[in-house]
Design a protein around this ligand. Structure first.
Ligand code: PGA
Length: 255
């Protein structure tokens, strides 16, 4: 049975001090919640501190981006080898904020995913439609395109190392969550796109998270939906108690 996966996306938050404090607060709250996987995607500058602070806990380390080249003249970027050296297990790829503010495209997402896999990192591929796309009835075609492009050249054997996060852009950081039914239906569109590429069994086995204003109050309902295999949490991942409650919701479903 696949385990739910709850990933905190800290975005550009927390210094070394804040990183140590938050992980110290979280550790006892999520201890023993082992029926789901718990990941913290921290800023690059916090990776090493987080790695040390997480020792002996059930939390795993993640980064928020990775470059597609092995190394070289790419000022401001970080390579897969650098992340692997820090024992990073997961990495977010193609978050909507990267797409919106830093010219991330479906093509660069695919290149980053491939490089991450080469270095045994597990990519969390973020996809989602904007409000405008939704209102124009383009949600399905946008998501299909994002999925098809992200997986170009990716072998079926790599799928177990990949997570997809469906995050409607209009729900990120806005307090507007998709209803559980809506999130479930849209994730089904994503799963169907994966089915077309890899077949029914492989697509069913893949974990697809929901993200976008998921919080302690709505996590139970969202996690209860059949197609939702976890959450990617922004704002609420910065508060230990809220994040722990979301972990609890994901853990309960599997009991
Ligand atoms: P949010 O962010 O939970 O603050 O809406 C989610 C995300 O951007 O991954």
């Amino acid at each position: 049975m696949k385990k739910n996966i709850i990933a905190g996306n800290w975005k550009m938050n927390n210094t070394q001090k804040g990183t140590k404090e938050l992980i110290a607060q979280l550790a006892p709250l999520v201890a023993g919640k082992d029926d789901c996987e718990i990941v913290l995607c921290v800023p690059f500058t916090s990776l090493n501190t987080a790695r040390k602070a997480m020792r002996g806990t059930n939390m795993k380390l993640g980064a928020q981006n990775v470059h597609w080249a092995d190394k070289g003249a790419f000022t401001g970027e970080v390579s897969a080898e650098m992340l692997a050296e820090l024992k990073c297990e997961y990495v977010l790829v193609g978050h909507s904020e990267r797409r919106q503010y830093f010219n991330e495209t479906n093509d660069t997402v695919n290149k980053r995913v491939k490089k991450a896999l080469e270095f045994k990192l597990k990519p969390i591929i973020c996809i989602g439609e904007t409000l405008e796309e939704r209102e124009k009835g383009k949600t399905a075609s946008v998501l299909e395109k994002q999925v098809t492009s992200a997986f170009v050249g990716i072998e079926k054997s790599s799928l177990k190392r990949i997570v997809v996060a469906y995050e409607p852009v209009w729900a990120i950081g806005t307090g507007k969550t998709a209803t559980p039914e809506d999130a479930n239906d849209t994730i089904w569109i994503v799963r169907k796109a994966l089915r077309k590429l890899y077949g029914r069994t492989s697509a069913s086995a893949m974990r697809i998270q929901y993200g976008g204003s998921m919080n302690a109050g709505n996590a139970n309902e969202l996690m209860a939906m059949a197609e939702i295999d976890g959450g990617l949490i922004g704002g609420a991942s910065l508060k230990a108690e809220d994040f722990a409650k979301i972990v609890e919701s994901a853990n309960k479903v599997n009991e």
